[in-house]
Design a protein around this ligand. Structure first.
Ligand code: AMP
Ligand code: GLY
Length: 426
């Protein structure tokens, strides 16, 4: 079996690594890939959003399965184009990917079907949006409707900040056409968790719980990033909460998508706020999270290709998805300056030594090969991911391995996983 993984970040490295272990897999391609993925897959220089190029590549290499990592190609219709070309693909269709690609669509869906989420309103014009902001108590959240690489959400402590955020999105057009519409939303408080499921549109198989660390600095301070680390399981989601999330959020959402004529197949990710009023949805993503994917796939025991094929064929109920009981944690090593500007091309040392630490995988994100050496080429550079008998030991292993790696300006948070330790009373 030949597989093409679309994308080139840490999530796609984890996908390629896991898929390559499948007993029936003879070859994995990844486009565009990165320097680390090249260890498990043949990387081909086709951009993730080059829809025609990806379809041509899948055809050319006669792949049996395409797996799409990032959201942008899904919203652009990559899964639809692959399917039209007769290529088997696991990834949400463009109509289904609107659950991530349009925050207004997701909010309206949740409202219509009674799925718990913050109060909100959607606007296409500045005047009424500003008026609404002034009518609501601060803090308040202003979001660009479309995809903005995780940057289009502004948490505004005061009404004035919120009007400035609206100016940025609708007048200065900081996120381009993603800001043609805005969602203004009540601010939720609590602890965040990520809840991901596999679904073929009918059967839902939840993955273990996980938690991301979005802010750049320790203690969840500073601007949001794509994610600075993640671990699984997340003790904030108790067994009761797990059942509640399945019954009040995941199942109704998947049923709602079918009822709306855009059945959802693939990986569905709910970003949740666990607060006093129980779990509420902050956002949906039409894909694996990055970095949540890395610890989750370290824990997955079942052949991932088998799961994806079952999703495509609508027989997920036949597959027993098994998970390692151990905890896993991914620590992201980033370029200094990220999520703002940063230098690229720094030579990374210590990769081999770190990769030899027991139960550790060093997943690559923004890396490239230059003159036989691995150099930095992005904001999030590596995801050092460790399994441990408990989250405390996974933390120790990941940090031990990370300390072996270096380049000038390398930055990472020192407190990944600490919230779990606090909850567990460690
Ligand atoms: P989103 O991309 O919608 O998940 O937003 C990114 C991040 O912004 C979330 O992970 C939360 O940390 C924060 N956020 C989004 N919506 C809200 C909200 N209504 N209340 C508080 N924080 C929010
Ligand atoms: N880790 C957050 C995301 O993938 O959207």
């Amino acid at each position: 079996m030949k597989i093409l993984v679309v994308g080139g970040g840490g999530r796609e490295h984890a996908l390629a690594w896991k898929l390559a272990q499948g007993p029936r897999v003879e070859k994995v391609y990844c486009a565009p890939g990165n320097a680390g993925i090249a260890g498990q897959a043949e990387c081909v220089a086709v951009g993730a959003e080059d829809i025609g190029g990806q379809v041509a590549l899948a055809r050319d290499k006669a792949v049996d399965l395409v797996v799409v990592g990032p959201e942008a190609p899904l919203t652009l219709g990559l899964a639809d184009r692959m399917a039209e070309a007769g290529i088997r693909v696991c990834g949400a269709s463009a109509p289904a990917a609107r659950i991530e690609g349009s925050k207004g669509f997701a909010k309206d869906l949740m409202k219509k079907y009674g799925i718990p989420t913050a109060g909100y309103a959607v606007f296409e014009e500045y005047g009424p949006a500003a008026e609404y902001i002034r009518s609501r108590p601060a803090p308040i959240v202003v979001k660009a409707d479309g995809l903005a690489a995780g940057k289009g959400v502004l948490i505004c402590p005061t009404t004035r900040d919120a009007v400035e955020a609206l100016d940025q999105i609708m007048k200065a057009r900081a996120f381009g056409s993603a800001g043609d519409r805005v969602v203004v939303e009540d601010c939720l408080v609590g602890e965040e968790a990520s809840f991901l499921v596999f679904t073929d549109g009918r059967t839902i198989k939840p993955m273990p719980t996980s938690q991301d660390h979005k802010a750049i600095y320790d203690g969840d301070q500073g601007p949001n990033t794509g994610g600075m680390g993640a671990y699984s399981p997340a003790p904030v989601v108790t067994a009761d909460l797990h059942d509640e999330i399945m019954e009040r959020i995941m199942r109704p959402t998947i049923e709602a998508m079918a009822a709306e004529g855009c059945p959802y197949k693939g990986v569905l990710y709910a970003g949740l706020m666990i607060g006093e009023n129980g779990p509420q949805v902050l956002e949906f993503n039409a894909r694996f999270g990055d970095p949540e994917c890395q610890p989750l796939l370290m824990r997955l025991k079942t052949d991932l290709a088998e799961i994806f094929e079952a999703i495509i064929e609508g027989r997920l109920s036949d597959v027993e998805v098994e998970w390692d009981e151990r905890a896993a944690l991914c620590l992201v090593l980033a370029s200094g300056g990220y999520p703002g500007g940063y230098e690229k091309g720094r030579v990374i040392s210590g990769l081999d030594q770190a990769g030899r630490v027991e139960d550790v995988m060093v997943f690559h994100a923004g890396t490239a090969e230059r003159d036989g050496r691995i150099v930095t080429s992005g904001g999030r550079v590596l995801g050092v991911t460790a399994l441990g008998p408990d989250v405390g030991q996974a933390i120790d292993r990941a940090y031990t391995a990370a300390e072996m790696i270096s380049w000038p300006d390398m930055y990472y948070r020192r407190d990944i996983g600490r919230k779990a330790l606090r909850r567990l009373g460690v």
